[in-house]
Design a protein around this ligand. Structure first.
Ligand code: PMT
Length: 404
């Protein structure tokens, strides 16, 4: 699977909100994901941004007038409505939302919204009082009844100085929602639990034992599962990544905390994916004071084993395949043998082995090269892919196993 947006026609309606400048970057990002972007600039939108900016970024003609016909036989609102795979209105001003909710056809964007059979997604962005006004809320509810997907605005400081809901969501939030329009909803109704990132095992208030996991692989799995309709719980060690949207995230620090959270939450879960790099050991004791160079404990570190979370789940699962258990292993040698050993010893259904000998896979980077091994002794080697694509391929396989 390449990008779900490859060759998709996204019609982007930009309306009159100060957040219009932010979506200039969204056009570039959509194109990077392989989409073709055509911008409709409302009258209000054109007061904030010039058509030239969007023409340059999209590489396409920008439509700002319903009656400016470019080719004699082409009627813009019908052509745009027909060719569009998704109508994305971002930012969606209070006025544009009201127009669409009333079914008005008094400008190009509202007319395309009426004429299209493609999904419509709105990202409201406006002053928080305008957003919370019952008129706007009623209009949004009506559009949701029509099947429009409305992404809630973020809460924070507005350009006018007010605080509250009304900020355009971050791109990664919108992107996740856009992707869910185009990926199979084969995890709908399923609950999945994913672990990500490293654990930190404190030695004293300033030092800890850890590893190089950035959390990218686990977060990609969480985002992909959410796009595919799953209810996602993410138990994450410390990372520098933004928490994926639409996911119930639980932040932990140590392996013991990860163990407690996973064991307390796994009942009723359909699939557990353990992409976290859990520290196998922790210091025997943790000093409440910073250890001094001169202290003997600073020279000799005694360790004790952390509980093996996946092993515990495998033991409890016994002979059945419920929940489906997916492990990850980062290996630098004999990776298939090591992966098979861990699959067996931990009683897993699927083991995803990272070959970490290259600089473009495993820890920290945006790409990965993995081999999937399952309990049926099948081996599937994937090429070098983005972690996002790897995540979707892992879910493809997990869904097949889930469906027997
Ligand atoms: O976070 P990134 O920078 O994107 O990097 C991704 C990754 C390389 C960390 C990830 O893809 C990965 O491979 N994670 C597993 C790392 C590993 O080597 O795990 P392991 O071989 O120690 O453990 C095997 C499995 O048992 C793993 O699923 C692990 O989560 C689990 N485990 C391990 C120890 C423990 N105490 N409890 C566990 O549940």
């Amino acid at each position: 699977m390449s990008s779900p947006l490859a060759d998709k026609n996204i019609v982007l309606g930009v309306t009159g909100s100060i957040a219009a400048y932010k979506v200039a970057d969204w056009v570039r990002a959509l194109k990077r994901d392989g989409a073709r972007v055509t911008v409709i600039l409302s009258k209000g939108g054109a007061r904030f941004m010039s058509p030239l900016t969007f023409a340059a970024l999209s590489g396409n003609h920008v439509y700002d007038d319903m009656f400016a016909i470019t080719a004699a036989e082409k009627i813009p609102h019908i052509e745009l409505a027909k060719q569009c795979d998704l109508l994305l209105v971002a930012p969606a001003s209070a006025g544009s939302i009201a127009r669409m909710a009333q079914g008005l056809a008094d400008d190009l964007l509202s007319t395309v919204a009426l004429a299209t059979e493609a999904p419509v997604m709105l990202c409201p962005a406006m002053n928080s009082k305008m957003y919370l006004h019952p008129a706007t809320q009623t209009n949004i509810a009506r559009l949701e009844e029509y099947g429009y997907k409305v992404i809630k605005p973020e809460v924070g400081a507005m350009a006018c100085g007010d605080e509250g809901p009304g900020r355009l969501p971050e791109w990664h939030v919108a992107r996740n929602a856009i992707f869910s329009t185009f990926v199979p909803q084969d995890l709908a109704g399923r609950s999945v639990l994913i672990t990500a990132g490293p654990t930190w095992e404190p030695l004293d208030p300033v030092r800890f034992l850890s590893n190089r996991s950035s959390g990218k692989m686990g977060y990609a799995l969480a985002a992909a599962a959410s796009q595919r309709g799953a209810k996602v719980t993410l138990v994450t060690g410390p990372t520098a990544l933004p928490l994926p949207s639409g996911v119930n995230s639980i932040q932990i620090t140590t392996a013991q905390e990860m163990y407690d959270e996973v064991i307390n939450r796994y009942e009723g879960i359909d699939v557990v994916v353990k992409a976290a790099a859990v520290s196998d050991f922790r210091p025997d004791s943790q000093s409440t004071q910073k250890l001094k160079k001169s202290s003997t404990t600073a020279n000799t570190l005694t360790l004790q084993a952390n509980p093996d979370i996946l092993h515990t789940l495998g033991e409890r699962k016994g002979k059945c395949h419920y929940p489906l258990l997916v492990g990850f292993a980062a290996e630098s040698e004999n990776h298939i043998e090591e992966g098979r050993r861990k699959l067996r010893e931990k009683n897993l259904d699927l083991m995803v082995v990272n070959d970490i000998t290259g600089t473009d896979c495993g820890f920290g980077v945006d790409t990965n090269r993995v081999t999937m091994l399952d309990y049926n002794d099948t081996t599937e080697e994937l090429p070098l892919l983005s972690k996002e694509e790897t995540a979707h391929r892992v879910w493809d396989r997990a869904v097949r196993l889930l469906n027997g």
